[in-house]
Design a binder for this molecule. Structure first.
Ligand code: AMP
Length: 621
């Protein structure tokens, strides 16, 4: 590894391990299982056992590789075991130093999510730019894990509010970034105040000499987890990437599918829960999609792949493990909905298209913070990945117009029009109106009240670094839970159906898109309560949309959509046990049809709510 070389983990020829095989404490393992990670990422598989054995580690990994769990999971395993021996202690035993407030919060949230089965556990983020009061109170109450920015940690040490004398474990996260931000002295100062007997893990995307120096001085015989790149990609696959926020991924995907002319499609996501969620959302938009993941029995997975091969379904939403070795000739597009953690996975994923000498396309969704991973992929594959732009509203509407015209032509050419021609002529005689008027009225009828044209995407609310990350976690990975927030331009609406009426996020999205003509990007957090549901939607919904939706039913119940007061999950908070659309882990497999299939009973059509006059094989529900 040379200085400043971005890391490219490579799992080639390595047998895949499971989390259960890594020696993690059962309580932490149970939390990882709840989140739904299927297998450890390469950095996790390599790092967790080494840290569990008590060794120091220098891990070369950047955001997106799963590095947070690589250090948080063994740290929590250690805490769990210590509390078994000594009883639960509130002393600070783990200190994580992170360069920014956003990363400190993110890491804190990750710790919480892996500690859900630990007794009396507290993690406290401490960072600059926010009042001392709550941090001091938190430190007084005691937190086993403190995640902080170096400057603020130093302040607390000076004030005597942070006691490091019981520290077992120190993590330097994004060490190169901390140095770049001028924290070198602070980091050294903090390390010099930690007990001699402790374990240290240092994570960095690059390895400049200054980091080597710190590693040499403060780490004891660290094991360096270095993963080298070795990859090749086929040349008959066009590779592009789209920079997209987590909250717009579904909209981007449906636009790409609508504007492009694809046959079979595979969509890769990171977790089992995300396969179900993304497949449900695609089904709600009228696509013939199914999920495959490691939880689904092998024979059922094979049946799903067969259905894809035969064209009974068009889109497979898969994890890396479930799609291993998949060979279906008609796959013309691979979507990396969540960017893979390592180059080898990327190469494997895009190798699912361009098969049997055909040409294929691969599109990678990348959130701004994941740029590093893209660069690593380009470097390892020695091929550029072109930037693509999101199909514009105009592109989509143009395609709809063309398809509308084509369907008229096809119908005139291939269908027997006799019966309807007579009816139209009869109507024209009786009402003395122009045939164009009649044709337009019939098109409106066929459209079933849904808008024909898509609308512009709402302007994204300005996001800070952590919001962007948090959102993409919820969207794609079923990662740590977060409270839903109301975006700018969005408002809270109330539906008169809830858990009692067995509604699900899928059935709600289905109703809103198919009946209301809303697009995925317009639907915010969904908070299902016992007798009602709160959902974030654009604040200025037209009266016609409200009327239409007020009369929609889910599971036979009128949803009575109306504006509500107060933010979703914000002022009200989300009570324990309620779910949000983005972060709810899902377990049902494709054979059970997904939640949207059962619930929504609006006006059913063979068409997607967004997409008029869809090809018939893209069945809705
Ligand atoms: P990090 O590199 O720690 O910032 O993690 C990037 C993303 O990967 C986060 O959203 C994690 O929730 C997710 N993640 C971490 N470990 C895994 C795993 N084993 N499988 C799938 N996703 C993971």
């Amino acid at each position: 590894m040379t200085a400043d070389t971005p890391v490219t983990p490579d799992t080639a020829d390595e047998p895949s391990v499971t989390f259960a095989e890594l020696g993690i404490d059962p309580r932490v393992l149970a939390a990882v299982d709840d989140i739904g990670y299927e297998t450890p990422t390469p950095i996790q598989a390599a790092t967790i056992p080494v840290l569990l054995q008590g060794n120091d580690v220098v891990g070369l990994a950047q955001t997106g590789t799963g590095k947070t769990a690589a250090f948080a999971v063994p740290a929590l395993s250690r805490l769990a075991e210590l509390s078994d021996v000594n009883g639960v202690s509130r002393d600070t035993q783990v200190l994580v130093l992170a360069p920014t407030r956003e990363l400190a919060l993110q890491v804190g949230e990750a710790f919480s999510s892996y500690a859900t089965h630990l007794e009396d556990f507290t993690v406290l983020p401490v960072y600059g730019g926010s009042p001392y009061g709550p941090q001091l109170a938190g430190l007084r109450r005691g937190a086993q894990v403190v995640v902080g920015t170096p400057g603020r940690v130093i302040d607390h040490l000076k004030k005597g509010s942070l006691d490091l004398s019981h520290l077992q474990y120190v993590v330097l996260d994004e060490a190169d970034e901390m140095l770049r931000m001028g924290f070198a002295e602070d980091v050294e100062e903090i390390l010099s105040q930690t007990p001699a007997e402790k374990q240290v893990a240092l994570f960095s995307a690059t390895m400049p000499p200054a980091i080597r120096k710190i590693a040499k001085k403060y780490l004891r015989s660290p094991q360096e987890i270095t993963v080298k790149a070795k990859t090749t990609t086929g040349t008959n696959t066009r590779q592009r990437y789209l920079q997209v926020m987590g909250s717009h991924k579904m909209e981007a995907m449906t636009r790409i599918l609508e504007v492009g002319d694809y046959d079979g499609v595979i969509v890769f996501v990171r977790t089992k829960a995300a396969t179900e969620e993304v497949a449900d959302r695609l089904k709600a938009r009228g696509y013939a999609a199914a999920a495959i993941n490691g939880d689904i029995p092998q024979n059922m997975r094979e049946r799903t792949v067969e259905a894809l091969r035969e064209g009974k379904i068009d889109i497979l939403v898969a994890t890396d493990v479930a799609a291993r070795g998949l060979d279906v000739e008609r796959i013309s597009l691979v979507v990396n909905y969540d960017i893979p953690h390592d180059t080898e996975s990327y190469v494997h994923r895009i190798g699912r298209t361009g098969r049997a000498g055909r040409s294929g396309e691969a599109i990678l969704f990348m959130t701004p913070r994941e740029k590093y991973l893209l660069r690593a992929i380009e470097k390892a594959t020695r091929q550029p990945v072109e930037l693509m732009r999101m199909p514009s509203t105009e592109d989509v509407n143009q395609t709809r117009k063309q398809r509308f015209a084509q369907q008229i032509t096809d119908t005139m050419e291939s269908e027997d029009l006799t019966q309807f021609r007579e009816l139209v002529e009869q109507y024209q005689d009786e009402h003395d109106v122009d045939a164009v008027e009649i044709a337009a009225a019939i098109a409106v009828m066929a459209q079933g009240g849904r808008p024909f044209f898509v609308e512009e995407l709402p302007e994204p609310a300005p996001r800070s670094r952590d919001r962007e990350r948090g959102r993409s976690d919820r969207e794609g990975e079923g990662g740590p839970r977060r409270e839903p927030r109301v975006e700018k331009g969005m408002a809270t609406y109330r539906l008169a159906v809830g858990h009692r009426h067995r509604v699900s996020p899928g059935s709600i999205v289905g109703a809103l898109t198919n009946e209301g003509g809303l697009s995925g990007g317009q639907i915010g957090a969904i908070d299902i309560r016992s007798t009602h549901t709160l959902v974030g939607l654009p604040e200025n919904l037209p009266a016609s949309t409200l009327d239409r939706l007020a009369g929609t039913r889910i599971n036979g119940e009128l949803i009575h959509l109306e504006a509500d007061h107060g933010p979703v999950g914000g002022g009200r908070g989300r009570p324990k046990g309620t779910s949000s659309y983005q972060d709810r882990p899902r377990r049902n497999g494709p054979a059970r049809g997904g939640e949207s299939r059962g619930g929504y009973q609006g006006k059913r059509t063979d068409r997607d709510g967004d997409k008029p006059f869809r090809k018939p094989r893209h069945k809705s529900y």
